[in-house]
Design a protein around this ligand. Structure first.
Ligand code: FPP
Length: 253
């Protein structure tokens, strides 16, 4: 794979120093957590929480552009989620399929460009076909970039990137000492996306859980007690507001 050029804005130091820093976050990642607990609190099966979680996805996708968000990355299925009971995994995949089938026309109409990160090549052929179709159909849209992380794990992503570099070094295309952090950034699934500014996690947990760990080096983290199915456009607005009052120094003074 060739390394795409790293856009200047992907370097936090450069972006801050150049005065390009916008007031709000351009790229927001969300760890959508608490579907199961939301359902349990209502004596419903866990899958009811996931189903309701799709409504929250709709709400944040609708609200994001007006909050100045250009890229929204959602952690929909982690590389560790395969450990869940088979029927829950099947239900989550079904929900994703249904979301893409039923929402794609509206997403397209609303100027949403879809892309996917993770080792999603391992998903079933029918889902892969849907992903490819959604990417192609929305490729020209510019209002919001919606990135869905599927079979995604940061450690896996970084391992794949490092393997690519190791191959280049072994083939003599790169000198070991010439490898920089920018070379790793350029080989991540997110290479062509702007720097991650804000990570939101719902449900009171305060961990990154293998989500965009490299990319989150300088991101602000906002944790909310709300379960994902209770999260909506107003919750997103509050998280963006919390971001606005933080002072980002990128290691400087
Ligand atoms: C975490 O809640 C949530 C997930 C593992 C899945 C998230 C998926 C969706 C919201 C629906 C499909 C997504 C799209 C983009 C259409 P949990 O089950 O870990 O909750 P718990 O910690 O309370 O058990």
């Amino acid at each position: 794979m060739t390394s795409p050029a790293v856009p200047p804005a992907a370097h936090p130091e450069r972006r801050a120093a150049s005065g390009q820093e916008p007031a709000g976050p351009r790229h927001v990642g969300i760890i959508m957590d608490g579907n199961g607990r939301w359902a349990k609190a209502r004596r419903l099966p866990r899958i009811a929480g996931h189903k309701s979680g799709v409504e929250s996805v709709r709400k944040v996708v609708e609200a994001a552009p007006d909050l100045g968000i250009e890229v929204l990355t959602l952690y929909a299925f982690s590389s560790e989620n395969w450990k869940r009971p088979e029927d829950e995994v099947g239900y989550l995949m079904g929900l994703l399929k249904q979301y893409l089938l039923s929402e794609i026309a509206e997403l397209d109409r609303n100027g949403v460009r879809l892309s996917f990160i993770g080792d999603y090549s391992r998903l079933s052929p029918d889902i892969l076909a849907l992903l490819e179709g959604a990417k192609k159909r929305t490729a020209g849209n510019e209002r919001l970039r919606l990135v869905i992380a599927l079979n995604y794990g940061s450690q896996d992503e970084i391992t794949r990137a490092v393997r690519g570099i190791a191959r280049d070094v072994a083939a003599g295309r790169m000198a070991p000492d010439a490898v920089t952090s920018a070379d790793i950034t350029a080989r991540l699934d997110t290479a062509e996306l702007p720097q991650l500014d804000l990570v939101i996690r719902t449900s009171g947990e305060q961990r990154l859980s293998n989500f965009l760990m490299w990319q989150a080096a300088y991101a602000e983290l906002v944790f909310t007690e709300q379960y994902w199915p209770d999260f909506d456009g107003e919750s997103l607005r509050r998280a963006v507001e919390a971001f606005g009052v933080r002072e980002r120094r990128y290691g400087g003074l």
